[in-house]
Write a protein that binds this ligand. Structure first.
Ligand code: TPP
Ligand code: DXP
Ligand code: MG
Length: 623
């Protein structure tokens, strides 16, 4: 029975197996997955948790005719491995290798692309409508985690789905974890189902049994449906979903393949929306990950024997600098409140959360709510700092505009992972935030060149009370270079790093260092550029720009954001307004999505490394 995995080239091969062979395959898949991710890094814990579930799904459904729609998509490594990508999985998240998320170009079995959470049920409803119009009869199966179920979109979709009178099978993969421990009312509710005394019974069976009681049975069911939910919960598990119009099945042990198959087949027979509640263990089968699923949620390469990282992790990050500075500020300012949307570790707020639990709020995967919640705090005189990854802030565009900017509320946006993030790829690159914040009235946007400047900007922002302010900074190690340039932060003012002639180069944020390095290459050609650290992206430093425009032939702007709508556009607009002849050239990310690779590889690919900046400048000035 050894090496079943080697014989699996498509889901058809999975379907041909007996239960004990499926169990053996699950074991082999786990071992293989741990081996691969220990070399490549990636989302280990979530994938270890869904091995049996993925096998059961492919066993019971006919992908791609039936639609398996994964939420977030970080848990699709096993799915990839059994849909013809077993060997290629070794290239996962590497440049030109497999993506860490579902990609339609990669396989016909990846039918809907994701990376951001809580989209699966909405997308599934689109597939359901199309099925109805096309008179097809396939199964549509969104698979969503308990963390992703805390996102607003998931609730919007559940609300919509409840009125369907056709089959839709929602799988709720409940491992009690988001990246950190899952939070909020839904999570507590799911806990009560897990621990409920009759939770193994299906609602239908419970009702059937009650109805059989002579004379009063039907009445009892009716009464149960009417009493308060805590009591209902003891009798009819999943009542919340039932009330929304779903038939609730479960909870099912997500590591028991037979139980999973039985329940999936039950769900297939129902001509209505069904929610199957599956209990899994995040990190299952790898002790270090079971003990610390958060650490191995997204991991760097590690040694299998003890789970230790192969390379010491970078601890001096911009995220940590944010957290440490806020801890400092909070000690003298009891109005400071930090807000996270399910990313306390990633945004460096975990230490703050431990030190000031009363002034830290994790709202779950709910960026829109996080922003409007902060607007409420600010309206009450508090000083909220909302720390979000740039790409997830995209979710809250209207909340920033409508709830914060329009009321000119002093909310600080700490925008982490701004710029290229690397291995997570196109869904996660933080390359749009300047563009979508730039046009919002009342918004101020700044970007630090190094760690010390981030800290100064955070202090400045927390004490800034004239509207919202966004500080954007990248993933990774916080630079300690350029500390000699430490002018005080003054509203709307840039920082001159070096005065030169003819050419001025303005770096945005940490690219200032790269600009300085590119300028050294220009020096060798006898070109002595002026170098400026933008600091303020919005508003721009008009007097400095005017002065430079009048004394230089070229202004180059360099930013880790799409060119369209970026900082460079602000400069072009202003130069046009003041009617000078300086040529402005914007260097940044072209009008495209940027795939996955290491951050350094992508910086080169986007021509934002020192050599490319130098080459571009030379080619522009040489015509
Ligand atoms: C909109 C959005 N916000 C935040 C994230 C970051 N994120 C990725 S996975 C994850 C946890 C998801 O929890 P769950 O759905 O339960 O899956 P699990 O990791 O437990 O398998 C979070 C917060 C995201 N991908 N999308
Ligand atoms: C799937 C997802 O969205 C997160 O797990 C993300 O990959 C975290 O990114 P960092 O590793 O940069 O914190
Ligand atoms: Mg979870």
């Amino acid at each position: 029975m050894n090496n079943i995995l080697e014989s699996i080239n498509s889901p058809k091969d999975v379907k041909a197996l007996e239960i004990d062979q499926l169990n053996q395959l699950a074991k082999e898949l786990r071992e293989y997955l741990i081996r691969v991710v220990s070399n490549t890094g990636g989302h280990l814990s979530s994938n270890l948790g869904v091995v049996e579930l993925t096998l059961a799904l492919h066993y019971c459904f006919n992908s791609p005719y039936d639609k398996l729609i994964w939420d977030v998509g970080h848990q699709t490594y096993i799915h990839k491995m059994i849909t013809g990508r077993r060997e290629e999985i070794k290239t996962i998240r590497k440049l030109n290798g497999l993506s860490g998320f579902p990609k339609r170009l990669e396989s016909k079995h990846d039918i809907f692309e994701t990376g951001h959470s809580s989209t699966s049920i909405s997308a599934a409803l689109g597939f359901v409508k199309a099925r109805e119009i096309m008179h097809e009869n396939n199964y549509i199966v969104p698979i969503i985690g308990d963390g992703s179920m805390t996102g607003g979109m998931a609730f919007e979709a559940l609300n919509n789905a409840g009125r369907l009178d056709c089959n839709l099978i929602v799988i709720l993969n409940d491992n009690q974890m988001s990246i950190s421990r899952n939070v909020g009312g839904l999570s507590s509710y799911l806990d009560t189902i897990r621990t409920g005394t009759v939770y193994k019974e299906m609602k239908e069976e419970v009702e059937k049994a009650l109805t059989k009681i002579p004379r009063i049975g039907k009445e009892v069911v009716k009464v149960i449906r009417d009493v308060k939910s805590s009591i209902k919960q003891l009798v009819i598990p999943g009542m919340l979903f039932e009330e929304l119009g779903f038939t609730y099945l479960g909870p099912v042990d997500g590591h028991n393949i037979s139980a999973l198959i039985k329940t999936l087949n039950q769900a297939k027979r129902l001509n209505e929306p069904v929610l199957i509640h599956v209990n899994t263990t995040k990190g299952k089968g790898f002790k270090p990950a079971e003990l610390n699923p958060t650490k191995y949620h997204g991991t760097k390469p590690f040694y299998i024997k003890n789970g230790k990282a192969k390379k010491a992790p970078c601890i001096d990050t911009y995220s940590k600098a944010l957290g440490d500075t806020l801890i400092d500020l909070a000690s003298n300012d009891n109005k400071l409140v930090a807000v996270s949307a399910a990313m306390p570790e990633g945004t460096g707020l975990d230490k703050f959360a431990r030190k000031y639990p009363d002034r830290f709020v994790d709202v779950g995967i709910a960026e829109q709510h996080a922003v409007t919640f902060a607007a409420g705090l600010a309206s009450s005189g508090m000083k909220p700092v909302v720390a979000l990854y740039s790409s997830f802030l995209q979710r809250a565009y209207d909340q920033v505009l409508h709830d914060v900017c329009m009321q000119r509320l002093p909310v600080v946006f700490a925008i982490d992972r701004a710029g290229l993030v690397g291995e997570d790829g196109e869904t996660h690159q933080g390359i749009f935030d300047i563009s979508f914040l730039n046009h919002m009235p009342n918004m101020t946007i700044v970007a630090p060149k190094n760690k010390a400047e981030l800290q100064s900007m955070v202090r400045y922002a927390v004490n800034f009370d004239d509207g919202p302010i966004a500080i954007r900074y990248p993933k990774g190690k916080a630079s300690q270079e350029l500390n000699e340039h430490n002018e005080e932060i003054v509203y709307g003012k840039s920082e001159i790093i070096k005065n030169g002639t003819k050419i001025a180069i303005i770096g945005v944020g940490t690219l200032t260092q790269t600009v300085i390095d590119a300028a050294k290459l220009l020096d060798n050609d006898g070109i002595n550029p002026t170098i400026i650290n933008a600091r303020f992206i919005k508003p721009i430093d008009k007097s400095l720009i005017e002065e430079i425009a009048k004394s230089h032939d070229y202004i180059f702007t360099v930013e880790e954001n799409v060119i369209s709508g970026g900082y460079g556009n602000n400069i072009i607009r202003y130069i046009t307004d003041i009617d000078v002849n300086t040529k402005v050239v914007c260097l940044g990310i072209k009008d495209d999505f940027v795939r996955h690779g290491t951050r350094n590889e992508l910086i080169r690919l986007c021509e934002l490394d020192e050599q490319s900046i130098y080459n571009n400048i030379i080619s522009y000035i040489n015509g």
